[in-house]
Design a protein around this ligand. Structure first.
Ligand code: IVH
Length: 692
C-alpha cells in the first residue's frame, strides 16, 4: 500500500535492493561463498539503508537492510546469545565520522565530544566469534549468526592456537562466567602460504583470508580446521558474572577492560588506541589506514568506540547497531568490474604477456584499467573470459591482479579466450617451448620488441633520456628514423622536426637530451643494452670492477663470474651478448659516436655521492617512476635514511600522489620541509631542497 504512494522507480529500487542484499547476505554469511566483493555489497546495503532512513514509511523490520548477519545454516547446533551480537554502522569518509560524532553528542545530551575518549581499533576482516569461559575454562564458541542465535563451533575453535583453553587467574580468581567476543581470522602471510600449497596440489584456492577463515570454521571435522592457521583477536566482553570484586574486567573503561582481558591470557589487538576528541579519532584512523599493510592481518576498516562503558548505556543501540560505535570503512582492495578484453604485449625479449583490459575501477587507492595475467596457464587457471565480470584485487602499491570471474549459476558464459598463435605486432609465430610457461615472439625484427628495447635504453634506470618515451619511439621507428640504439645518436634533425607532433623546439630538446646521455657512465649503458639477467645492481658491480667497455669486451666468463654478485649465469649471458656479431656492430658504432665507455671511480659518480648522508627522509604517497621500496632504496643509496613516520629528526617529506594526511599535518606542525614528487630525482642527485 505504502509502496504504491511512492514513485514507482523508488519502490522498484527498494525491492531490487532488498532482493540483492538478502541474496548476497546469504551467500556471505551462510554459504561462505560471496559472489561480489565486500565493498560492492556495502554499496548496495548502504543505498538500501539510506532510502529506508529517508523514507521511514518504507521501513520494514524484516528488511535485510535492518538485519545482522544471516540465520544459522543448520550445520551446527544453535546457540542463543545471552546478549545480542550487534553489527556496526559504517562511515566511508571523515565527514561521516563527524556527522556520527554530532549524533552521538546529541544522544549523550552534550554540546560536542571534544573531551570524550574513544578507542580506535583495527576492524579485523574475519568472522565474529563469541567464546564462553566458565571458571576460566573454554566451554563454548559460537558464531554471530543473526545476532540472536549463532552456531556452536566449539570443537573447531578449540583447535585455534591463540584461543586459550584455560584462562590465567590473576590475583587468584576468575569470573564464574566470562563471555568474550572477537574475530577469528587468517593472518595474511599464512593465507598466502596456504593458497600456494593448495595451488601446488591443484586444489581450489580461497579468494581472500576472510573467506578462507569462514570456510575453515565451517568444517564438520575439527581435524581439518586444525590444519588451517587460524588466529583470534578479542575486542569486548559480552557477559561477565561472578567476577572478583575490584577486577579490572569490571572497569567502566573499555581500554582498561582490554588490558585486563590480555592479563588473563586473551589475545587483544596491540593497535587499539584510546584518544580524546574527534580530531584525534580521525588522525588515528588515518594512521591505521596508512599502516594497514604493516599489520599481520587484513583489515577492512577502523572501529571507533566510546571508551566509557557507562556512557555507552546512555547512547544505546538501534535494532542493528550500537550508537556508541562506528566502523570507518577503508578504501576497498577488491572490486568487481567488466573484463573488456585480453590483449598480449610483447616485451623487449619477445616475451608475450597476456593482460586484462578492464572497465576502469577504483580499487586499492587508484583507478585500474589494466592488469597483467602473466602467461597462458594463468589465464586458463583463472578461466577469465572477455565479457566476464571479474574481481580485481589491488592492495596499496601492489600490482593489480584479476582474482577470477564471478559466475552465476546457470548463466551462459562468453567463449573461453585462446592464446594467439601470432605476434600482435609483427604477425610472426608465437612459440612456447615445452616445459616453459612463457610464450615468445621469435622474430628479431619484430617492431614491438625493437620499440621495447629502445624504450628500455632511454628509461630512467638506464640512459635516462628525457622526452624519449614509448610514443616518441613508436613514431621514430615507424618513420624509419631509428632501428637500433646507435641510430638514436644519428637522427637527422630536419626529419625529426617534421615528425607529427614534434616541431623545432621539441626536436632540439630531444636531440640535446640524447646527446647528453653520451656522458652516462658505463654501468648505465650496460643496463640500457638490456643484457639478459643483468640488472642495475649487477651492471654497477661489473662496471666498477672491470671499469671500461674495452676491458669488458676482452674478458672471460671466469673472470666475470668472480665479480661480487655476478655468478656464472649472468657472466655467461654477458659474454654471449658481447660475442654476438650484431651486438658487436652496435657497440662499435656507439664507441665511434663517442659514448662514455668507462665507469668513473666510486667517489665521483653521481650515484655514489652521498648526497643525503645522515639525512632522514620520509616519502608519503606514490612517487611516479618509483615503487615504495624503490624510493626507499634510492634514498638509502644516496646515503640517507628512509623512515615511515615524521618526527623532529625528519629532514624532509617527499609528497607523492594520495599522501597520508597525518604525515602532512605532522610535517606542517613541526615545520619540516615538504618536497613535491617531481623534485625527488633532483633531491637525490643534489641533496638540496628545491628553492622556495
Ligand atoms: S565491535 C557492537 N570491534 O566487525 C559492536 N567489531 O561490521 C560489536 N569487527 O560484528 C563490534 N574488528 O565481527 C568490533 N575491533 C573490532 C572489530 C569488530 C572486527 C567485526 C565484528 C563486527 C563487525 C561489524
Amino acid at each position: 500500500m505504502i509502496l504504491d504512494r511512492l514513485p514507482t522507480e523508488l519502490s522498484e529500487r527498494v525491492a531490487e535492493l532488498r532482493r540483492l542484499v538478502a541474496h548476497h547476505n546469504e551467500r556471505y554469511h551462510a554459504n561462505d561463498a560471496p559472489e561480489i566483493p565486500d565493498a560492492d555489497f556495502d554499496l548496495l546495503a548502504t543505498e538500501l539503508r539510506r532510502i529506508e532512513a529517508e523514507h521511514p514509511e518504507l521501513l520494514d523490520e524484516q528488511s535485510p537492510g535492518q538485519a545482522v548477519g544471516a540465520a544459522p545454516s543448520g550445520l551446527f547446533a544453535p546457540v542463543a546469545h545471552a546478549v545480542r551480537m550487534l553489527s556496526l554502522d559504517n562511515a566511508f569518509d571523515d565527514d561521516e565520522i563527524l556527522a556520527w560524532s554530532e549524533r552521538l553528542a546529541r544522544a549523550l545530551g552534550r554540546d560536542d565530544v571534544a573531551d570524550l575518549s574513544f578507542s580506535v581499533e583495527p576492524k579485523v576482516d574475519g568472522v565474529a566469534m563469541s567464546l564462553t569461559y566458565v571458571d576460566g575454562v573454554l566451554t563454548q564458541a559460537a558464531t554471530r549468526g543473526d545476532g540472536v542465535t549463532g552456531e556452536d563451533v566449539t570443537a573447531n575453535v578449540a583447535t585455534i592456537a591463540s584461543v586459550p583453553g584455560r584462562l590465567d587467574a590473576v590475583a587468584g580468581s576468575l569470573p564464574a562466567v566470562l563471555e568474550v567476543r572477537g574475530e577469528v581470522y587468517l593472518p595474511t602471510q599464512d593465507f598466502a602460504d596456504m593458497n600456494a600449497r593448495l595451488e601446488e596440489t591443484g586444489a581450489k584456492t580461497f579468494v581472500n583470508p576472510r573467506n578462507a577463515a569462514a570456510g575453515s570454521l565451517r568444517q564438520k571435522d575439527p581435524s581439518v580446521t586444525a590444519t588451517r592457521p587460524l588466529a583470534i583477536l578479542l575486542y569486548q566482553i559480552g557477559l561477565i558474572e561472578g567476577a572478583p570484586a575490584g577486577s579490572d574486567l569490571l572497569s567502566d573503561s573499555h581500554t582498561t577492560v582490554l588490558a585486563a582481558m590480555a592479563e588473563v591470557g586473551l589475545p587483544v589487538s596491540a593497535d587499539a588506541r584510546c584518544v580524546t576528541g574527534i580530531d584525534a579519532v580521525i588522525a588515528r584512523s588515518h594512521e591505521l589506514e596508512e599502516h594497514r599493510h604493516d599489520l599481520s592481518y587484513e583489515i577492512d576498516g577502523v572501529v571507533i568506540k566510546v571508551d566509557d562503558l557507562a556512557l555507552r548505556e546512555v547512547a544505546g543501540a538501534t535494532s542493528r547497531a550500537p550508537r556508541w560505535a562506528l566502523a570507518r570503512k577503508l578504501a576497498p582492495e577488491e572490486r568487481t568490474t567488466m573484463l573488456l578484453d585480453i590483449e598480449v604485449s610483447i616485451g623487449r625479449t619477445g616475451r608475450a604477456t597476456p593482460y586484462a583490459v578492464l572497465e576502469p575501477v577504483f580499487v586499492g587507492g587508484s583507478t585500474v584499467t589494466f592488469a597483467t595475467l602473466h602467461n597462458q596457464d594463468q589465464v586458463a587457471r583463472k578461466d577469465v573470459r572477455p565479457g566476464d565480470t571479474v574481481i580485481v584485487h589491488k592492495a596499496g602499491d601492489v600490482i593489480p591482479e584479476v582474482v577470477g570471474p564471478i559466475l552465476e549459476a546457470g548463466a551462459l558464459r562468453p567463449a573461453a579466450w585462446t592464446f594467439p598463435l601470432t605476434c600482435p605486432a609483427c604477425d610472426g609465430a608465437l612459440v612456447r617451448l615445452e616445459g616453459e610457461s612463457d610464450t615468445y615472439c621469435v622474430n628479431l625484427d619484430c617492431a614491438a620488441q625493437r620499440n621495447q628495447r629502445l624504450s628500455h635504453f632511454a628509461s630512467r634506470s638506464a640512459m635516462d633520456i628525457e622526452g624519449l618515451g614509448e610514443k616518441v619511439i613508436e613514431r621514430l621507428t615507424a618513420a624509419g628514423l631509428v632501428a637500433d640504439v646507435a641510430d638514436l645518436y644519428e637522427i637527422n634533425p630536419g626529419r625529426l622536426a617534421e615528425l607529427e607532433g614534434m616541431g623545432e623546439l621539441s626536436a632540439t630538446n630531444l636531440l640535446d637530451a640524447i646527446a647528453a646521455s653520451k656522458e652516462q657512465p658505463l654501468s648505465r649503458l650496460l643496463v640500457g643494452l638490456g643484457i639478459r639477467h643483468l640488472g642495475p645492481i649487477g651492471a654497477r658491480q661489473v662496471a666498477r670492477s672491470i671499469t671500461s667497455l674495452e676491458a669488458l669486451r676482452g674478458t672471460s666468463v671466469d673472470v666475470l663470474a668472480e665479480v661480487e654478485q655476478i655468478g656464472p649465469i649472468i657472466a655467461e649471458s654477458v659474454i654471449a651478448f658481447l660475442a654476438n656479431p650484431a651486438n658487436q656492430a652496435v657497440l662499435d658504432r656507439l664507441v665511434t659516436i663517442g659514448l662514455t665507455t668507462e665507469e668513473p671511480s666510486v667517489s665521483s659518480t653521481d650515484d655514489d655521492r652521498d648526497t643525503l648522508a645522515g639525512r632522514i627522509v620520509v616519502v608519503t604517497g606514490a612517487v611516479p617512476g618509483f615503487t615504495r621500496e624503490g624510493a626507499q632504496a634510492a634514498i638509502e643509496a644516496a646515503g640517507g635514511k628512509a623512515t615511515g613516520s615524521v618526527s623532529k629528526k625528519t629532514w624532509c617529506v617527499v609528497v607523492g600522489e594520495a599522501p597520508g594526511a597525518s604525515k602532512i599535518t605532522k610535517a606542517e606542525t613541526l615545520g619540516i620541509a615538504m618536497v613535491a614528487a617531481e623534485s625527488f630525482a633532483d633531491l637525490l642527485a643534489t641533496g638540496e631542497l628545491p628553492a622556495g
